[in-house]
Design a protein around this ligand. Sequence first.
Ligand code: BDP
Length: 695
Amino acid sequence: ENGYRLWLRYDKVDNKALYTQYRASITQLVFPAKTATLTEAKNEITTGIKGLLQLDLPQKETVTANGALLICTPSSSKLINFSPVKEALKEVGQEGYIIRSLTVNGKLATVIAANTDIGALYGVFNFLKLLQTQQSIKNLAISDFPRTKIRLLNHWDNLDGSVERGYAGKSLWNWAALPTTIDPRYRDYARANASIGINGAVLTNVNANALILTKEYLVKVAALANTFRPYGVKVYLTARFSAPIEIGGLKTADPLDPTVRKWWKDKTDEIYQYIPDFGGFLVKANSEGQPGPQNYGRNHVDGANMFAEALASHKGIVMWRAFVYDEKVPDDRTKQAYTEFKPLDGLFKPNVIVQIKNGPLDFQPREPFSPLFGAMPKTTEMMEFQVTKEYLGFASNLVFLAPLYKECLDADTYSKGKGSTVAKIVEGKLDNHALSGMAGVANIGNNINWCGNTFAQSNWYAYGKLAWNPDLTSAAIADEWLRMTFNNDESFIDPIKKIMLNSREVAVNYMTPLGLHHQMSRNIHYGPGPWVTGGRADQTSIYYNKADSVGIGFDRTAATGSKAVEQYFPPLRNEFENIKTTPEIYLLWFHHVPWNYRMKSGETLWNELVDHYYSGVASVKEMQHTWDQIGPKIDAERFKEEQHALAVQHEDAVWWKDACLLYYQTFSHLPIPDKYEKPAHDLAYYKTLHLNPFR
Ligand code: BDP
């Protein structure tokens, strides 16, 4: 059990009664498959049934016995050209599928049908999931379809094989060996993505390298695209804004210069010669040193529309990131994306999508949702989540991210009155956009288990599932992931699911409770660094905690602070303006709060802060304790792996608690209550402590 098989293990169903029942209900396969995608779908169902039910299903031209599994699209076979299949297919669109228990030729059959090949593949994966999670396959009446059109992984992979913020080894893409050597992992990668509905991958880092756009690399990209294609995974690339200068020999990259526009047009046409279904570009411009239109006195619209024009005839898209970070240090960095982008609403071409990070700052353990969601109704807005845990303890810390994603997706922006959730905006529903999408910054590398840790795989899974359907619950996602990844033993599932569902809140408690943010160590972003100062102010911790003798927290109110609250629609803006109505989870995000402020619990802020840190550490101890009990229920490899990871996490939690509390205490001058064990070291010790994240 090295984790390579992810959630697609297909081991024999261990519940005897169900095993017998399933074998009686699945007796033959009717699956005409002539295309590459249907061939893969057929391989999948054959391998899955063989593994789960130890059956080599007889293949038939048509349904001849009870228990037939009939898998078709309208173009692969006429066998499904009957009611109610025809009608049901009208409801599921281009990528959806139905799974129905029906009578065909007078026999009981399970029909998996879709309008397209990829829909059929998704149907197959979801049928297998029913068996993997030991659900009933009687009287099935499932119709499912993705709520967003573009469901991408963003790989922050560099051409030298390193992965920015990657904690699972090197990049999967072996550029030196491509295009001649096709690592079998490329197929397995695409297959895993397809199993959760991910339909595209941006292969390269947002901090882009223009070389990827040269012929030498494009043929390699084409080889990857060919490998992914049967699984419905399109490739996209990051476009370095200054590429016309760097690889095109031009003197400028000014987006209004005709030679520059022509260069991008020609380059785009060239890409489509190699990759006819190329998805498009992702661009990080004028942010953290990346060049962009502002270098030439132009704006984001000028830049994005130039790419949009080049891509339009090919039906490609450009995803323009709203994560901007310019030369000037603002009074409040969290305001910048909204300030720069909102005035541009309505000016972007239809194939431009503005890609917005979930929070206004930068993938912190907790942020309120970005106020840009809903603020640009005439623009397609796409979500960017981080799947890799840059700010959440890297690969080792067990932090299940579905609750973080859900908190954002379920948040009400009030942009069109009550019920204007972030999810509806991202689905394109609220403002009727033709395009819609989500991006997840991948946590995948060439480690044998893909993500550096088994539980880290659950975040890849959860991201894919929520990109497909933001209404799914974290509990449902955790439940099915555990069943597929480990087993269906309730005495294992129940306690471990609880751990997963609490884990994000636990991490917030020991890292940045009550709305604190950006308190991590500099550069590496692993471990605490609340004292970080010097250099660019808005990259320091003290800029964000504003700890002083009075209190702690960033005043973002309109009355006395940065006025960031004004970027939210009412009534949220008023709720956040008032310290009494601000949810305590965001208290120090919006307010500078006196150490002796009375919290809702009746405790002082200081005491409650201390409680959160200690409770975070205590929760990790409990997680360890729970995990220790489940040893006999799972394989020794993954049991030991996680036991070690939790020990690392506990050490991290103590480190965060002690470092942060000792530092904040230099301002509060208040004691850690006697009921708690005091930190083992002094602040000076923690200031120089660097623990290896891969220990
Ligand atoms: C930050 C990362 C940095 C990325 C940046 C981005 O620390 O490595 O380049 O986000 O999203 O959180 O562009």
